[in-house]
Design a protein around this ligand. Structure first.
Ligand SMILES: [Zn+2]
Ligand SMILES: [Zn+2]
Length: 269
């Protein structure tokens, strides 16, 4: 049997409100309707106490616009498509109480967790950036050190935040050439999956990976390890422009059917 995933729900889209995506919320809804989706979940970037020159997240005023427009769209598209308003919460280990308070204060209908930033001295570096300058800095710090900190952060995030889904689990340093995980990182991933299983946190199958590297985030062996634990899967396009809503979802059933055999054969690499 194919592992169950709802390919009529896109659980992860952004809008122009985050400063690095384009398109109004309604443009994303329209695209989702055209694609035949039944549910669209906005998962806008929420970051806390990050020192970075170009904010790539929503401030409080942006979130006010987000909820106002989101509620209007829910009414307008009632009976056509189910719209949910969530957040992709960037974890910052130095700001846990504030993050928890913000998640409690906003009426988010889904909370995703990710980790986009690495603290380096007084500033943060973007772990998902393709900019030469930041890739050089990460190379100087040492990719292994950075990846270890990243998986520690995600495990702490799952343990300390009320969250529903873990986003693009292995996207860390996705633009660093020759990136690979060592045995220690693989053990960290297994521990992270254990915490997700214990707290009933779903794993996102992020189809932006098809465009970046030919397969979704995370890698097949991680999905297989999640399925062995009974962790549920959610599809997310991580759309940053309306045309990306639901991207490659038609490829997921066959892709996951292949992974199912991997998960039952016990292979882990
Ligand atoms: Zn983004
Ligand atoms: Zn995202």
């Amino acid at each position: 049997m194919t592992p169950s995933i709802d390919i009529h729900e896109d659980g992860h889209v952004h809008t122009r409100l985050c400063n690095h995506a384009v398109g109004e919320m309604e443009d994303y809804v329209e695209q989702a309707v055209q694609r035949g989706l039944t549910t669209l979940v906005f998962l806008e970037h929420l970051e806390t106490d990050i020192r970075y020159p170009q904010p790539s997240w929503l401030n409080d005023e942006d979130f006010a616009v987000y909820f106002r427009e989101g509620e209007r769209l829910k009414q307008q598209y009632r009976g056509v498509i189910d719209i949910r308003l969530g957040a992709e919460t960037g974890f910052n280990p130095a700001a846990i109480p504030i993050i928890r308070r913000r998640l409690a204060d906003y009426p988010f209908e889904r909370v995703g967790v990710s980790c986009h930033f690495y603290r380096h001295g007084d500033v943060h570096l973007n772990l998902l950036s393709n900019r030469r300058q930041s890739l050089d800095k990460f190379a100087a710090i040492g990719a292994d050190t950075v990846i270890t900190a990243y998986f520690n952060a995600l495990t702490e995030a799952v343990a300390t935040l009320d969250c529903d889904v873990l986003c693009h689990l292995d996207a860390v340093l996705r633009h660093l050439p020759g990136i690979c995980f060592n045995d220690g990182h693989k053990r960290q991933i297994e521990q992270l999956l254990d915490s997700m299983q214990a707290k009933n946190v779903a794993l996102e199958i992020n189809t932006s990976g098809f465009d970046y590297r030919g397969t979704p985030f995370p890698a097949d062996w991680i999905v297989a390890a999640a399925l062995r634990r009974g962790i549920s899967l959610r599809a997310g396009s991580d759309a940053h422009q309306p045309s990306e809503v639901g991207r490659h979802f038609d490829r997921l059933p066959a892709y996951l059917a292949g992974i199912k055999s991997l998960s039952t054969s016990g292979a882990t690499k």
